[in-house]
Design a protein around this ligand. Sequence first.
Ligand SMILES: C[S@@+](CC[C@H](N)C(=O)[O-])C[C@H]1O[C@@H](n2cnc3c(N)ncnc32)[C@H](O)[C@@H]1O
Length: 294
Amino acid sequence: MNEADVQSFWNAHPCGDHIVGGLHAAFADDYDRFFSAYDAWRYGRERHIPDCLDRTDWRDKRVLEIGLGQGAESEQLIRRGARWSGLDLTAESVSRVQARLTVHELRHDALKQGSALAIPWPDSSFDIVFSHGVLHHIPDIHTAQSEIHRVLKPGGLLVAMLYARASLNYQVSIRLIRRAVLASAYPLRRTSLAASSPMLRQHLTNAERTGLREYMRLDTFTHRNTDGPLNPYAKVYSLAEVRRDFPGFDLVDSYRRYLHAPPLPVHRLTAGRRLGWHLWVHLRAKPDSGAGSP
Ligand SMILES: C[S@@+](CC[C@H](N)C(=O)[O-])C[C@H]1O[C@@H](n2cnc3c(N)ncnc32)[C@H](O)[C@@H]1O
């Protein structure tokens, strides 16, 4: 596992692109129509995001967003008054977000391609770092948190969304249902069943490559069952694991949202606060070095 694998995956699978049919395939590169469709889907399905953003005062704050995807929250932050800068590992995301900033005439400070492992800004540049659905995809999280600490002003805030360990998705869907479905389908992998779903077919191919038992190991199975079966890395978090992985920070707030546990049809249920997949954390930079050991 290295950063090149992570970069090539996200470059080839720009976050959420397929959900609305694809910028190139369904919208013929019409960015305006694509962003409208994407944002309508996103804030229809993940309705909690604007409320979660509103828990922070962004106005006139120097904000660095890490991991941009289609730039939906970038636009939300700018519209809430942030002095926004953005960073993404991939050329694809940076070019889409640049298009969004241009097409929607969004005022901003800077947009760069680069890594959270070597953030291309000087020390103490930002009041807030925001990162939605990204830090759990970074294998070397200790270096990333240390870099985030470095670019934050003393006492600055990291607001992040991480996947939640104590969620219906992890505890029931990934651990139990998805593994049971795969184990049942594996003996039938050479029949027409495998052709019935591209996703199932990819899981069966993956399992054949490594061996079923190895593929079902929970840590690696989690990688392949969060953002598609080719995703190289993902981690789930309890609050204890947040404290351990972010030793340069104090945890000052946390809340869970978004009942999402495919294939269970649970989106319309309202237990997201107890069993939600999205764990939002607010972490305050400690005055000492972010590189400090846990
Ligand atoms: C799951 S997407 C999330 C995007 C967006 N924040 C959202 O919620 O839709 C992860 C994004 O983080 C970027 N990313 C992954 N590792 C990164 C790193 N080390 N540094 C900067 N960006 C990274 C990927 O290129 C991708 O655009």
